[in-house]
Design a protein around this ligand. Structure first.
Ligand SMILES: Nc1ncnc2c1ncn2[C@@H]1O[C@H](COP(=O)(O)OP(=O)(O)O)[C@@H](O)[C@H]1O
Ligand SMILES: N[C@@H](CCOP(=O)(O)O)C(=O)O
Length: 307
């Protein structure tokens, strides 16, 4: 029986100012997935983790992606997927995207690499639609392409892989619930032109900074005048953590995806480590359990570890 094993990384979507269009893969945490090609057409999903995620393929993001691929190819084969999830669902660290992108990459490897990376993004977006109600590709694209990606368009899928600067990423996941679907619904449907102009400047500055490896430009472009002011209200201690991180030497950062995780970029591991300790102690003080990750930008995305 043909099977593949994958390590599927967490991703930080939006990168502060690039709502729905920018995202980056990080090394830690990552999910483990094993996908087998079956002779019979059923899709079987099994979770080794204890997050209580649905194993009905039409309710699990990995299952939905495989059903779409099966339907598109009129495939007589099915798939068995075993997921050991380490990226906590609802964290803002791309948990749903990891399972969706992993399913797409795994199926493609088992079927003889018949799809392009952009086609895999297209299929994986059906998983994001199940998780959040919207086919956003900003987590899936970096998971599949690696590093930092720009979603030039999601219909048709047009992904621009950017450089992956050698930076440290600190992320904290406080144990408060923020569902991506809810965090999208609270956003304003219309924005002021003056805010759009400021945001365009930040996005363009960030992309230029990433491509030129201009660390100072990256730092001063990590500002969001549209989404962060609204969503940050859902995250306890957001402003305090951001201020203290900058004082400790972070280049900048903000909400990871739709939250509640917060991420910060730093040039030095020592800075990243100090920020991690500060983040933990801020949440300890108010008795909110938190998980902290010190990681780096992951230039390669999903890793196939056994074929
Ligand atoms: N394989 C899966 N992995 C993660 N979440 C899944 C999976 N299948 C279905 N879901 C659903 O997706 C939602 C989590 O997605 P989301 O809120 O976007 O969190 P995250 O920010 O971690 O991606 C939950 O409602 C969860 O039940
Ligand atoms: N652009 C999306 C990203 C959601 O990321 P997630 O990790 O929270 O699923 C949004 O901001 O809604």
């Amino acid at each position: 029986m043909k099977k593949v094993k994958l390590q599927v990384p967490a991703t930080v979507a939006n990168l502060v100012c690039g709502f729905d269009i920018l995202g980056m893969a990080i090394h830690e945490p990552y999910d483990e997935m094993e996908i087998k090609l079956l002779e019979t057409p059923e899709i079987i999903i099994k979770h080794l983790d204890n997050f209580g995620l649905p194993e009905d393929p039409s309710k699990n993001v990995a299952g939905v992606v495989l059903l779409k691929i099966q339907e598109y190819l009129n495939l007589k084969n099915g798939f068995e997927v075993i997921i050991n999830k380490k990226i906590k669902p609802g964290s803002g660290l791309g948990s749903s995207a990891a399972s969706a992108a992993g399913a797409a990459i795994g199926a493609n490897a088992l079927l003889g690499k018949i799809f392009t990376e952009e086609e895999l993004v297209y299929f994986a977006m059906f998983g994001e639609e199940l998780a959040s109600g919207v086919k956003h590709a900003d987590n899936i694209a970096p998971c599949i392409f690696g590093g930092i990606t720009l979603v030039k368009s999601s219909k048709p899928v047009d992904i621009i892989p950017l450089n992956a600067p050698d930076l440290f990423v600190t992320a904290v996941h406080p144990q408060v619930e923020v569902k991506t679907s809810d965090a999208r619904q609270i956003l304003k449907k219309n924005i002021l032109l003056k805010d759009a102009i400021e945001q365009w400047g930040n996005i363009a500055g960030l992309v230029a900074g990433i491509q030129k490896n201009d660390i100072a430009l990256i730092g001063r472009s990590l500002n969001d005048v549209i989404v962060e002011p609204i969503r940050s209200i859902l995250i306890p201690k957001f402003n305090e953590i951001k201020e203290k991180s900058l004082q400790l030497g972070a280049l900048g950062g903000g909400i990871s995806g739709s939250g509640p995780s917060i991420f910060m970029l730093s040039e030095k591991q020592e800075t990243s480590q100090k920020i991690a300790e500060m983040m933990k102690s801020v949440y300890d003080e108010i008795d909110i359990e938190s998980f902290v990750y010190v990681s780096k930008i992951n230039p390669s995305g999903i890793k196939i570890i056994e074929n």
